[in-house]
Write a protein that binds this ligand. Structure first.
Ligand code: ZN
Ligand code: ZN
Length: 240
């Protein structure tokens, strides 16, 4: 099968599904994904990758498959929006044939009703559990959290997020200081010569990188972490 721009297919699928309400074209796209005849990092005129396009159009099944195939979860479009910015702005997703186990877990962890498991917030939580960075700011300087109007929901989401780097305030913190054990800085800021902890001001004796930042469901995260390594490999294989 010829190489077709994935975003075009995604858009076409969207139109067909809306027009005919059928699943035929979705199946065509899935067949193409299976053959590996789509480019995962191709960008359309809004600089959106297939993953960003699938999220912005609410195709959960497609999103799920693209993630599994190694699509870059932190890709951004021409306006600096990540999949999280696009997800939180959507009210509801079409489940297509995506397995809903992870969604159910994300829904429960946010204390939302099961009927809300296909809402943009739950999907965003799911994307974050797969490595999407909630601290990423778009070109308007908004993080995905800033786009959530409901303060209660924002708080719930914030509660499970890994902390932000206290130095640059722009990335997830991955470096801990000892002995107070506070997670302080991101990779790039990890060489700032801190004498005292930025949070509690206790003297710092040493510091270390935290492999995975603690989200509250250990299970969810270990799955994400395992998949994460595979995705990286996939990504590197593709570049070769
Ligand atoms: Zn930083
Ligand atoms: Zn401290």
């Amino acid at each position: 099968m010829a190489l077709m721009p994935m975003w075009l297919i995604t858009m076409e699928t969207h139109h067909c599904m809306r027009q005919f309400g059928g699943k035929r074209n979705y199946k065509v796209v899935c067949a193409m994904l299976k053959q590996g005849s789509v480019q995962l990092d191709i960008q359309n005129n809004q600089k959106r990758t297939p993953l960003l396009e699938a999220v912005s159009r609410g195709h959960l099944g497609m999103t799920h498959k693209l993630i599994a195939l190694g699509a870059d979860i932190n890709a951004v479009d021409g306006e600096g929006n990540s999949c999280l910015h696009l997800a939180v702005e959507r009210e509801v997703f079409d489940s297509e044939d995506a397995p809903l186990d992870l969604l159910n877990e994300c829904c429960t962890s946010l204390n939302l009703k099961i009927e809300e498991r296909l809402s943009g917030i739950v999907v965003a939580r799911y994307l974050a559990s797969q490595g999407a960075d909630f601290h990423h700011k778009n070109n308007k300087n908004n993080t995905p959290l800033d786009l959530i109007n409901d303060p209660n929901l924002r708080k719930k989401l914030e509660a499970f997020l890994p902390p932000q780097c206290l130095w640059c305030k722009n990335k997830t913190a991955t470096t801990k200081v000892h002995p107070c054990e506070h997670l302080l800085t991101c990779e790039e800021c990890s060489n700032v010569p801190l004498k005292r902890c930025l949070r509690c001001l206790k003297p710092v004796t040493s510091r270390g990188r935290v492999e995975s930042v603690n989200l509250d469901e250990k299970l969810l995260h270990s799955v994400a972490k395992k998949l994460g390594n595979k995705w990286q490999q996939l990504g590197e294989d593709r570049k070769r």
